[in-house]
Ligand binder design. Sequence first.
Ligand SMILES: [Zn+2]
Length: 299
Amino acid sequence: MHDKTTKLPLISPKKTLSNLSRTFIRNALITTGLSTIFMANIASANVDKTPPIKLYTFECGTIKVSDMDVFSSTGDYAKQEKTLSGSCFLIRHPKGDLLWDTGLSADLVGQKPIVNGVFTLTMAKTLPQQLAEIGLSPQDIEYVSISHSHFDHVGQLPTFKSSTWLAQKQEVTAMFGSQKSRKEFAALTTFKPKQFSGDLDVFNDGSVVILDTPGHTHGHTALQIMLPKTGPVLLSGDLYHQATSRDLKRVPRFNSDEPQTRVSMTRFEKIANKLGAKVIIQHEKSHIDSLPKLPKYLQ
Ligand SMILES: [Zn+2]
């Protein structure tokens, strides 16, 4: 039901038939010695069509978990300790900037670690501080989107009220549908999201697509990005919290819907396989630590 992969741009522009035929024509022109003006035209037509997108990774908190039990419904992680990364991403596209996830609350910066049940939360820098390192401010960001509405992903969302919030319809309903939930998200009630259902092709060129992957929460989403050099990248949201969970398809106890999560995992893996995508699990410290640090980016 959620498998809409046929709508997605599954062929890398690098491998399209038209690129192959351009290479063939160019080679034919070289061997037949046609004029340099023809050569110049063909050379410009042969430029890779993937937009020059940049992917920046921001440190959006650290979550030390004293007992990982809640992260598997079958009890596999009972008594295990793990440090999860909080991560946020900026996708710079020629048509605008998209901030993906907003991490833990900025109130944590400069504070002692906050202990909340099995979680110990810390954060070194706010998103505005990290944006400043690359010469940007929150007002420069055209679009913001969250993988889902848990506290470690919406913490700094109120900072981006001048951006357009692209929000999955079911997630918006879960956030503001009842008096109790509205109270939880009180800081966001004046923020009017631009809602969508299913997938969303953010810049209408297939390069940045928000993927409908419900189950962790009712409107959970992941993100597909076509980078010009790295190639396709998938940001997991919290479809998986660690690499082991992806390998063994483990579902947290606190997910909204376990069967729906498994359908989303199948869909996500199908897309990852077809694209040959680099999968980044957003809470997996080893994945986040391997990415370029500011001001560097993935291209
Ligand atoms: Zn999370």
